[in-house]
Design a protein around this ligand. Structure first.
Ligand code: ZN
Length: 422
């Protein structure tokens, strides 16, 4: 075979595998219709892909007049990836098979002193132990996706800066992990990974314009605009936490002051509650000032504690105004809120935020803008990072080729939508 035809066959295989992944399970005839590759070639290529363990026969379906067609699917045992996410408090690693299902997870507390070397050490250890616990052969590892709390450069795989973890800046995360594990590494921002996960597997499936708001150790938002993740000019879109809400407010980690994050993030709420307790405020949280956690705080809110309720209402007011401003700017179809803790039950915030959005967001008569709780769960960041990586692994080879085939099915029409070309 000439070099050109080798390249073409490799492209055809990538296209077939990407189509099978998109559809879940698909017959050879449907593959032929979707890709316009000739049937004899499809038969030969799928035979080869099955022999290599990439694809497998996954069932049969009726094709009329008593005929039954064999369906093809991805072989989940072919390999796995690790998705990992971290913030101020937790690091979560998820082992995800090539079909996108989580098969094992590991959650560890972040180091008390989150220095650059301590975070690096924790990352390496969490990934290695997740691989050990996965039940897969380590050599079946296809790549690692990292969801980082900072501002990242996805092209170079570097974390530029991180307002939550001041020592975590200019870190070549991709090179660091590639040299240790010898596989492709994708670095992205954690709210963006959670947004993608919510869009694929949570409350925002089928939504084309999504405003996803992530509240926890920081506050950020992720955007799906016209079906695609929106990143902005330098990939810094979504810094909702640094929208200014207070004149002369507290100094923020970003260098500004009065940012939303200084009022409504979890560390800000803890700080405000501690200060009030030290000043002698009467509260259910009294006596716990030094060891106060957000679980204690939400318990106090639920118990009708005046101090906790006052701080929480104020945080929700500022958060609601910022979300309404973003919605007026972007005209989303859905607002999904993620409060990151099981204790932050939607009974504590949904009505308040819906009320503000109702009053403040401009809509046409009869049109609704739903506000909902995110559903993808505590693994969303790690899972989303794995999904971003799987997209890159399966569809990257298609984007980088010069050959371009017509793709006709509706689902296959979504190819190439979730990342930029390598
Ligand atoms: Zn700020």
């Amino acid at each position: 075979m000439t070099r050109k035809s080798v390249k073409r066959v490799s492209f055809y295989k990538s296209l077939l595998v990407a189509c099978v992944r998109r559809e879940g399970s698909i017959s050879r005839t449907q593959l032929g219709r979707s890709t316009r590759i000739r049937m004899p070639l499809i038969s030969a290529l799928t035979r080869d892909l099955i022999a290599r363990g990439v694809l497998m026969e996954s069932g049969r379906k009726s094709a009329g007049r008593g005929r039954r067609q064999v369906l093809l699917g991805l072989n989940s045992r072919h390999g796995f990836v690790v998705g990992i996410e971290f913030d101020l408090y937790w690091m979560t690693a998820a082992v995800v098979d090539v079909c996108g299902r989580i098969v094992a997870r590991r959650r560890i507390e972040m180091p008390c002193l989150p220095t650059r070397s301590a975070i690096t050490e924790a990352l390496l250890e969490a990934i290695a132990s997740a691989i050990r616990e996965s039940g897969y052969e380590p050599k079946a590892l296809k790549g690692i996706g990292v969801a980082d709390p900072g501002v990242v450069d996805t092209q170079s795989g570097t974390t530029r800066l991180c307002s939550l973890l001041p020592d975590w800046h200019d870190v070549p995360v991709r090179d660091l992990l590639t040299s240790r594990f010898g596989v492709p590494v994708l670095l992205d921002e954690n709210t963006r990974a959670k947004t993608l996960c919510e869009h694929r597997a949570g409350a925002a499936q089928g939504i084309r314009h999504l405003l996803y708001v992530d509240v926890g150790s920081g506050i950020g938002c992720g955007l799906i605009m016209d079906g695609r993740l929106y990143r902005g000019h330098r990939e810094i879109a979504g810094e909702l936490g640094h929208v200014r809400v207070l004149e002369n407010g507290p100094v923020c980690q970003c260098g500004g002051s009065g940012c939303l994050e200084t009022v409504a993030s979890y560390p800000a709420l803890i700080r405000q509650a501690r200060a009030a307790l030290r000043d002698g405020a009467r509260s259910l949280m009294a006596g716990r000032a030094d060891a106060l956690t957000m679980a204690d705080f939400f318990e106090a809110v639920r118990g009708g504690d005046r101090l906790a309720l006052g701080l929480w209402d104020r945080a929700l007011r500022y958060l609601g105004e910022a979300v309404a401003n973003a919605a007026n700017l972007l005209n989303p179809e859905l607002i999904a809120m993620n409060f990151n803790l099981p204790e932050a039950d939607e009974s504590l915030w949904l009505a308040a935020l819906r009320g503000i959005v109702e009053r403040r967001v401009i809509r046409l008569p009869g049109q609704d803008l739903p506000v909902r709780a995110a559903r993808a769960g505590g693994d969303a960041g790690a899972w989303g990072a794995a999904m971003l990586l799987l997209d890159r692994l399966f569809e990257g080879p298609l984007v980088s080729q010069e050959v371009c085939l017509p793709v006709t099915t509706a689902k296959a029409g979504f190819l190439f939508t979730h990342y930029s070309a390598p």
